[in-house]
Design a protein around this ligand. Sequence first.
Ligand code: AMP
Length: 539
Amino acid sequence: MDGTMMRTPLSVNHLIERAALLFPKVEIVAQMPDRTTRRYGYGELWERSKALAQGLLRAGLKPGDRVATLMWNHHAHIEAYYGVPMAGGVYHTLNLRLAPADITYIAKHAGDRFLIVDDVLLPLYEKLAAQAAFERVYVASLTESPVPAGLHRYEELIEDADPRWVPGEFDEDAAVGLCYTSGTTGRPKGVAYSHRALVLHSFAAAMADTLGLRQADVVLPIVPMFHVNAWGLPFTCALVGCSQVFTGPLLDPASLLDLLQKERVTIAAGVPTIALGMLRALEAEPGRWKLRDGLQMIVGGSAVPESLMRSMDRKGIRIIHAWGMTETSPLGTVAKLKEHLRRLDDEATYRIRLKQGLPVPFVEVRAAGESGTVPWDGSTQGELQVRGPWVAGSYFQSPDGEHWTPDGWFRTGDVVTIDPEGYVKITDRTKDLIKSGGEWISSVELENALMGHDAVAEAAVIAVPHAKWQERPLAVIVLKKGMNTSAGDLRSYLAGRFPKWWLPDGYEFRDSIPKTTTGKFLKSKLREEYASWQPGPKG
Ligand code: AMP
């Protein structure tokens, strides 16, 4: 028998409409390049998003048309998140850190029709203008600079709106936004988020034992809005009706800390490299910033080094470690402690908080080894596979089947262990694993240990070819400013913590480690550079 409930569609539109109705004055704050802030409430965000939708329809937007954004985090970007789908379109966040040729490829692959671009990003736009050929380009003004001939003002879309206009019905399976994977190997692929996926993701993300967002919070997504919808926070925050603060283009540690202080932020979110930068600034100038008591920072995107979590705790900033992917909207696991585990001592609770965490409701996880699913024993490794209502079932216009198992689970490419409590721990990416004499060595664990050394700012461990062992680990090290150490010192530092055969064959010191546009170590590049590495006299 069927249930007797109504079937009203789940739509992100409801999130903003309800926030506008119930929390019209709760603020959306956007920092501009001159450090002034632009602020308005959910009421105005709703009105401006409706106006944008009407403007786009006037410009000829048809259902399903893609509207690209080349923008930093600020008010106009969140207006696009809500306004474009309200008009039946799909916003497509372009990653402004990619090379112009890659952005062009992605915009063309997505079939983007219109573009909204920040005035401060026009020099980048000019590099893709000829190739990408958007039908119409709208410029959002963050400064007073004039709009170049041939382009349109973003505010043109907002003007002349009819306040009585209401959007049409929403299909919960229709696409809302499109985001391409960062693609460290191969071509980037598009993931199209539906209304249903984003709404359910918001519910799961907001839960007390997930990210724990409440109406009273002030949330600062440092993670870019072009990277998996700023981890979905602009939707989750609207669901709970809390304030949202955006950085604009100012992402240096001091500017971030100034903003955290000024806006009395309760929850920030960003990748470990951003958190590390903030930590160094706090250590360099103790007492300069007075941050909100109980400040939390959601950190994911790559593994949180132990030293970072411990040092942040000492500064009163609690890191919540989470794991996700572009393909999982992104939230998959969050490392919060179960009640009975809170009784464990400090060391034991760190071991748990440093894992990637428990799967959130509706995300099913399993780890697959060579001969089937591996047990949840905390030591057997396997590839993490997931499924759930906000996990991609395919890529946009790309017949790529290899990322899904025959029974329909998404293959993440992350190698994990799952412990008896259900906590997932990433030990590597499948392609970053080091196989020495037939045994796996976890580069992530070596990196985390090395980054706990006083003199080490960054450490990446990669596999280098070896005649006898097939592969051996090589550590690539960036030292902290003014600090020094030697290969011998690092080796003895690691020796107490790992089996002898795990210890890297060499330590290469350099000024920086190449990174992806989202701040992860670009190990494929390092592997190329050190492909013919041989131990030198220094070893
Ligand atoms: P992206 O799609 O660019 O967000 O990248 C997703 C990948 O980032 C995952 O497959 C992981 O390899 C990595 N990742 C995300 N969160 C974490 C984390 N907390 N710890 C380790 N790796 C992570």
